[in-house]
Design a protein around this ligand. Sequence first.
Ligand code: NDP
Length: 297
Amino acid sequence: MVHSSSRIHRHYAAVVPGFLSDLTGSFSTSSAQNPTVAIMEAAYADAGLDVRYINCEVPAENLSDAVRGAIGMGWLGFNCSIPHKQSILEYLDDVAPSAAIIGAVNTVIIKDGRLTGENTDGQGFVESLRTVSDPAGKQIVIFGAGGAARAIAVESALAGATSITIVNRTVQRGEELAAVVDSQTPASARFLPWTSNFNIPEGTDIAINATSLGFHPNADETLDVDTASFAAGMVVADVVANPPMTRWLQAAEAAGCTPLTGLGMLVNQALVNARLWTGQKLNANVMHHALEQALGI
Ligand code: NDP
């Protein structure tokens, strides 16, 4: 637990034009390819907020110093990505219930010297999913059992999905995630081994790629799934945001499914983060535009 005696207390209503911005940002390594800074700064500026988002290269052994620095400088909060999503837990005073189930935090809010951890990866995904389908009452298949898959599985279950099926290359990781969702959320969950030319089970409403397959520069890679098992009307989503229309989504669209790119997850997660830090609802369209420009798509 880290405390600060020099916390700067300010409120948005009290902000007057000046030379001191409120600070937010990200701690990760490697950080150079993370486009979140472009989204956040564009949306803060659009909303007329004097807030900055600083993308920081923070290796594992420097996390403690970075957290102390953020507190000492009065940051509103920060994102943490690879490799800090679990190691950040020891610095937190409170952890939001869904982040506790997921076992990882990607957003920290600093208020009155107290650090609260949230996981907005899954919340961002569910917000994005709701633009095409409400997860409530749905049967969902998730490929992958890493950080993104854990967050999506838990938040979809908490949003009312009836059943979650985890399909993962590494059996133990997949079984563990299915057990967590089954025992700690209202949804029922099971693990299925990822057999060759995998058949998406009949009755699936939503199929999600939560692996890193297809991510730039490996856009030629795709999931070992029989595309004949895509049923027309199914929602097929991807966490990969670059390129947005992955081979997985192209195949789904060709089969009459509704494709959902990873761009919406990224933007909605940023919207949730900004709301947690500033209390303001930023403009999603501005974020989408900034993201597309940043990624050159
Ligand atoms: P992790 O390393 O935690 O997990 C990776 C997952 O991908 C594991 O389930 C792994 O399986 C699986 N995987 C990797 N390679 C293969 C392969 N060749 N065949 C089958 N499965 C494979 O990564 P994250 O969960 O943090 O990230 C996953 C993806 O999600 C990344 O591309 C990331 O960019 C994206 N992401 C997107 C976000 C957005 O806002 N759009 C937010 C967060 C992440 P195994 O367990 O067997 O190793």
